[in-house]
Design a binder for this molecule. Structure first.
Ligand code: GLC
Length: 492
């Protein structure tokens, strides 16, 4: 008996002193971080570079239904921020007759005119499209004539508008509107538009929600030099659409985008599909007409993702338009009437300012933001240990350099001489778990021992006494463990 018991305690002690330090030292592998560069870029066939969508306004069933009514001042705000292009999604199908000649409502036309004029007055390239024509996605053939009639009216209506007004045929063809049917509609719509607008820029995009993977099935009208090809970019979807109420099932909230090598590659691979396709198609101009991450993702991840996607597009001469201005993905806060500086800077990086990106797996951390070159960013982690038996303990900040100043155990000042990525590295601490296991082991051992002694009457103590003894041992061990853990905490 005695021998067995000492084996148990020896094993526990061995575990405590040999394995625990290694477990305590166990660290998570840190992923490689993104590096960011700023570039200039030129697109071939268009003056578009950096744009923004005024979404959730005119493509709602009625303007205002989704909380956005376009205001006069938006276009000035957009231009002054540094954008040169605005894309205005429009749900014409809700404002046109359902039988021939499918007449577009005059008042709706007037409203679109006002919006388009305000945008053009600001010198912005202005894209109008047909957006949320849901019925054509379900029954394309039944809506073919109506779709073409809409373009006939729109193109005649705007025939004398400046060439900075662009037409985009249809947002995100999907469902039953497969590549084959869509290619036929493109050809027909382009030839109708060309009757009145021989050189206006027309934007067309592939099926399957303007997916780069469907570019290979897209047929570009031949011999037309004024066609631009669009695609939409929301990769990885689980990140950009986390918590999106209109997606079913909605991807869970909490997914970060750190910008490690694999995450970057996923994005550049997709952009390269578009570039390779364009190269094989006379270097046709590319337009990433929508990209963005929904506001339910954390801001630091949104900034990293947005900055990375925009810069990678620019490196490849792809013009872009952020989705969107002042709604759920909004770069602009319509209540405070100000830009969300972090996002705006990610889209249009200000000179001599850099993003300091701070991140932690546990607790929270302060300090993410855009800072002037040569300044210091103060980074502070809220907690340094979390959990009870198995604890997560803050270990160190990863990404520090020689000019950074450690203030205390949870605070550091980092010197902003370029984009900085600082990550709080945590480790698992099993000390409490091990001490508890050891304590319980010892108590059980003593209890069993005393029980056996009593049972075989080796000593003249009764069982009640044995229980009393084991309780006393338990109490002493408890005190011993508490003192031990306090000491360990002090040493840390
Ligand atoms: C598409 C949809 C728009 C949505 C956006 C992001 O453009 O038309 O309604 O908000 O993608 O999912």
């Amino acid at each position: 008996m005695k021998k067995d018991f000492s084996k148990i305690s020896f094993l526990s002690l061995f575990l405590l002193f040999s394995v625990a330090p290694q477990l305590i030292q166990a660290r998570k592998n840190n992923s490689q971080m993104l590096t960011v560069k700023s570039t200039t870029f030129e697109t071939n066939n268009t003056k578009m570079h950096r744009g923004i969508n005024i979404g959730n306004a005119l493509e709602a069933p009625n303007e205002g239904d989704w909380g956005v009514v376009i205001k006069d001042e938006y276009f000035k705000i957009i231009r002054e921020a540094g954008f040169d292009t605005v894309r205005i999604p429009i749900r014409w199908s809700n404002h046109a007759g359902s039988v021939p000649p499918y007449k577009i409502d005059d008042n709706f036309f007037k409203r679109v005119d006002w919006v388009v004029n305000k945008s053009l007055e600001q010198g912005l390239i202005t894209i109008i499209n047909i957006h949320h024509y849901e019925e054509i996605m379900q029954k394309p053939e039944e809506h073919e004539d109506r779709f073409l009639a809409l373009w006939k009216q729109i193109s005649e209506h705007y025939r004398n508008y400046p060439d900075t007004l662009y037409f985009e045929l249809l947002n995100e063809p999907n469902g039953a509107l497969t590549s084959d049917i869509w290619n036929k509609f493109i050809e027909e719509a382009v030839s109708i538009i060309r009757e009145t607008n021989p050189t206006r820029k027309i934007i067309i995009g592939p099926a399957d929600w303007n997916s780069v993977y469907k570019l290979k099935e897209l047929k570009v009208p031949e011999g037309d030099k004024n066609i631009i090809v669009t695609f939409h970019f929301y990769t990885p979807f689980e990140f950009t659409h986390q918590g999106a109420e209109w997606v079913s099932p909605s991807p869970p909230v909490g997914k970060k985008w750190i910008g490690n090598e694999a995450e970057q590659k996923q994005i550049t691979d997709e952009l390269d599909i578009a570039v390779r396709w364009a190269t094989e198609h006379n270097n046709i101009s590319l337009f990433m007409g929508e990209f963005g991450a929904y506001s339910k993702a954390d801001m630091a991840s949104r900034v990293r993702w947005t900055y990375f996607v925009a810069r990678e597009a620019e490196k490849r001469n792809i013009a872009w338009a952020y989705w969107e201005f002042c709604s759920g993905f909004g770069a602009y806060d319509p209540v405070k009437n100000e830009w969300r500086e972090d996002l705006l800077n990610a889209l249009i990086p200000p000179p001599n300012k850099y993003y300091v990106s701070v991140d932690t797996e546990h607790g929270s951390i302060l300090g993410s933001g855009w800072y002037n070159e040569g300044s210091y960013a103060t980074i502070k982690i809220s907690e340094t240990s979390l959990g009870f038996l198995v604890q997560d303990v803050f270990d160190h900040f990863e990404g520090l350099g020689s000019r950074d100043i450690v203030i205390d155990a949870r605070t550091v000042k980092v010197y902003v001489n370029g984009p900085r990525i600082i990550r709080a590295v945590w480790r698992k601490d099993y000390t409490m778990a091990l001490l508890t296991t050891l304590g319980v082991g010892i108590i059980l051992g003593v209890a069993i021992l005393l029980y056996k002694i009593q049972r075989f009457s080796l000593l003249s103590v009764d069982f009640r006494n044995a229980t009393l003894h084991s309780s006393l041992v338990l109490f002493s061990l408890h005190t011993f463990l508490r003192l031990g853990s306090l000491k360990l905490k002090q040493q840390r």
